[in-house]
Structures are given as C-alpha cells and as structure tokens.
Design a protein. Sequence first.
Length: 303
Amino acid sequence: MAALQIVNVEKRYKSLQALGGVSLSIEEGEFFGLLGPNGAGKTTLISIIAGLTQANAGSVSIHGYDVVRDYRAARGRLGVVPQELVFDPFFTVRETLCMQSGYFGLKNNDQWIDEVMANLDLTNKADVNMRALSGGMKRRVLVAQALVHKPPVIVLDEPTAGVDVELRQTLWKFISRLNREGHTIVLTTHYLEEAEALCNRIAMLKAGKVVALDSTSNLVKRISNSQLIVRLARGALPDALKPLVSHPDELVSGNKYTLRINAYNDVEPILAALRESGAVIDDMQLQQADLEDVFIQIMEGEK
C-alpha cells in the first residue's frame, strides 16, 4: 500500500485550471520531491492532500484512507508544514504544541514534545510567547506542530524559505533521521540543491501537470548539459572541437574553452584531439549537470 496515493486529481478555480489530472504514488519511507515554478499547482495539491481544499475530480488517500471520506483517519496520519507563518500570538511555544497534541486527542505527550523541541533547538524558547519569536524560530515551531502527533507522512511546503543556514541544517538533520526511521517525506522547495541532496525521487509540475517523474539520479543523467572546461597554455582549439564550444565568444576572446559533453566517454576523444593538434593543457575542469540544469530544461520544454 502506498503511503500517499494521488489519482487523476483536477482542481479548477473558475476559468483557471490549477491541476489538470495529477497522478502520483509515493511509497512508504520515500523522501520525495515535488518541484515546479510558482503557479505550477504545488500548494494547491498540498491543500487537497491536507483536506483544506476539495478536488473537482480524482482522489487522494493516505495509507489507504481517502482524504474526503475518511478525513479524520487520513489527517491523523499526515503532518503538514505550510509556507505561511501562521501562529497564535497568545500562547507560548510549549502551550502551542500541547494544544496541537490535543487536536489529535493525544494526552501525556510531553516527552515527545520535549524531544521535538530539543531536535529543533526550541528548548530554551519553550516558555516564550509566540509573538516574541523571530521568523526563523516561528518556522521551527511550525515544523514542531506538524510532527507533534508522530505522523507517518510528513509534507514540507517550502520549509526553509527565507531562513538561515543554521535552521536548514538543524531541520534536515532531524527530518533525515525521521525518514531513516520510516517516515515518508514529501518536500517542495525552490532550493534545488536541497532536493538533489535529500530526495530519492522527484516529480516536476508545470501548469498543473506532471512533466517529469523519476529518480533524482536518472533525472540528472538524462540531461546533456555537462561541460569540460579547458585552458590552453599553448596552441589553439582544433576545428573539430569548435562545434562543442558552449560560448562562441570564447573562440575569439582567448585560450579558455567550455565544451559540451554528454558523458564521461566524451572526454578522452577531446583530449586526444587536443594532443594531436599540438595544444598543451594548462588547466581542466569537469562540471556535471545538476538538478537545476534539469529543471530549467524541462520547464523551458527542451526535454
């Protein structure tokens, strides 16, 4: 049984088609990335998963529980960290987390609340009023609220937007631990280096539709955007290699060239051609394509 099953989900707002038949199956224990530009439908999809918005068509289930028909059971298995900083200004951090526990019918949850606060560096803020916290600390409390009932599925909607490096490191250390312990993580982020480092599998949304779905490594491999950068101490770039130059102005400006390659096997023929021409290499760097390159190509419709 999938941890999160999304089947042909559609959502319209009058004339706007926010989601146009999205289907995803996310397995238990996955660290799954949901990427896309602003307006792609990511937050709308999360709102439907959380039961805050109802789809016009299709279905969503969490551990087999439909988010509409079995709302209570589905919601109890889900923790969501929203983009927006939403908080009650009248309570302390601990009071906020205790109340959140109460919403899920949990009593005597103090030990887990203490552990969550410790892992998010909130212990020394436990008795501080929410309105007195910095934006980064409020973000930590939102994460703690989502985790307070130990949900098996955790959805993080831009959890590190506008926060400092320390919070990012603290958050990812804790979330990665939960993932190792079996929790399913769904992440949306504009920090593509985070997605590449953390997510095993990624779906990309564009205009409300899934335009790419694969393992992170396979997505990066499918792009022909790696580069070999060579600086010559002597000689010139042979004519046979000039079509590979990414920046044509380099042919005029000097002795440093950026050459497009598709695989490691392309490097040796390039070096052989340089040797045969009498060129001497002063420096050489191999730059591999990353998830950002993949994202840009897919969103521009090149792949």
